[in-house]
Design a binder for this molecule. Structure first.
Ligand SMILES: NC(=O)c1ccc[n+]([C@@H]2O[C@H](COP(=O)([O-])OP(=O)(O)OC[C@H]3O[C@@H](n4cnc5c(N)ncnc54)[C@H](O)[C@@H]3O)[C@@H](O)[C@H]2O)c1
Length: 308
């Protein structure tokens, strides 16, 4: 049985949608929760403290422990204030769920630069601004679980969501580097790519889902994966899980065996040879999954050795 008693969790953007589900689920397992939410509109504008207050009250009414926090994740000061709230109220930080988000949908030529900044600041800026002080608080205790929120929009693409995809893709870059650095200090770093009906996903065509039950697109179906990744029972780090409608699956970047020509023994590659071997370059049979960039290099150098 996964028990989070005496663990302190920060969930950003926990006043609605997925974050609310995570905060409730973590509190149900005994965690003390900082419910952060700016109370923003879908595009990130505006603020309303009632949203975080309502979720913190909901948790308290259910017998859990929670405090509201209303800062924006999109500034360094906001990030510091969110973590300070956890330290002041509960003395430590064990779990950080970077979840706050907004969206801007627009064809690429029409994308407005101010909207672009708003999305990058909340997702990518927020991932840095909240994670850095939380990570610093975790370091002396040599434990902690950081969970980023990414998206299939970044891993696979979606029309009209260029800046959202870029922001989430930026988080994947941060995640891939931080997972290595954090592992040296006993801190685990994972990510979820959720799929659920929330106001942020209002533009996604859910007609097929709507024919099934309402429960199948509930944010509550993502929360169990977040609770597991947050728990000490989970020793995993560096995982990106796609979670939705009852499914949990690992997302990864792989490297095909590709085409190889030994530069010393067979001469340098030419563009024409590459054109001839596109099928081999693209063949996904027998791919590798490097866990680090140096590991990818080792795979290439290994090929040089075995072919010479
Ligand atoms: N719903 C999906 O299918 C889906 C898919 C992929 C990724 N995501 C990601 O999941 C996360 C949660 O999204 P959701 O679908 O629950 O959306 P949501 O709009 O229901 O909730 C997002 C919450 O974040 C808060 N927020 C926005 N800007 C903030 C800021 N600067 N500081 C603090 N709080 C802020 C909002 O006030 C809101 O309550 C987001 O990062 C989103 O990109 C959602």
């Amino acid at each position: 049985m996964i028990d989070l008693t005496n663990r302190v969790a920060i969930v950003t953007g926990a006043g609605a949608g997925l974050g609310r589900s995570y905060a409730l689920a973590l509190a149900e397992r005994g965690a003390k929760v900082v419910v952060n939410d700016l109370g923003a509109q879908v595009d990130g504008a505006g603020s309303d403290s009632a949203r975080a207050n309502a979720v913190a009250d909901e948790i308290s009414a259910l017998g859990g422990t929670a405090v509201p926090e209303h800062s924006s994740v999109a500034t360094p000061e906001g990030g510091e204030a969110i973590v300070k709230r956890a330290l002041d109220a509960f003395g430590q930080v064990d779990i950080l769920v970077n979840n706050a988000g907004n969206i801007e949908l627009s064809s690429f030529p029409k994308l407005d630069v101010r909207a672009m900044a708003r999305v990058l600041d909340v997702h990518l800026g927020g991932a840095f601004y909240v994670t850095q002080p939380a990570y610093r608080a975790m370091l002396p205790r040599r434990c902690g679980s950081i969970i980023f929120t990414v998206s299939g929009v970044a891993t696979f693409g979606n029309l009209g969501a260029s800046v959202y995809g870029a922001a989430k893709g930026g988080i994947i870059g941060l995640f891939n580097v931080l997972k290595l650095e954090a592992a040296r200090h006993g801190i685990r770093v994972n990510a979820v790519a959720p799929m659920a009906q929330t106001r942020l996903a209002a533009d996604v065509d859910l007609e097929e889902y709507k024919a099934a039950t309402r429960r199948s697109i509930s944010p509550d179906l993502i929360a169990p994966a977040v609770v597991y990744l947050a728990s000490v029972e989970c020793e995993l780090t560096g995982e990106i899980w796609s979670v939705g409608s009852g499914s949990v699956a690992r997302l990864f970047v792989g490297r095909t065996a590709g085409y190889f020509k030994h530069p010393d023994e067979e001469g340098p590659l030419t563009p024409e040879e590459i054109a001839e071997h596109v099928a081999e370059i693209q063949d996904v049979n027998g791919f590798d999954i490097p866990e680090t960039w140096p590991e990818e290099w080792t795979m290439v150098l290994e090929r040089l050795r075995t072919d010479s």
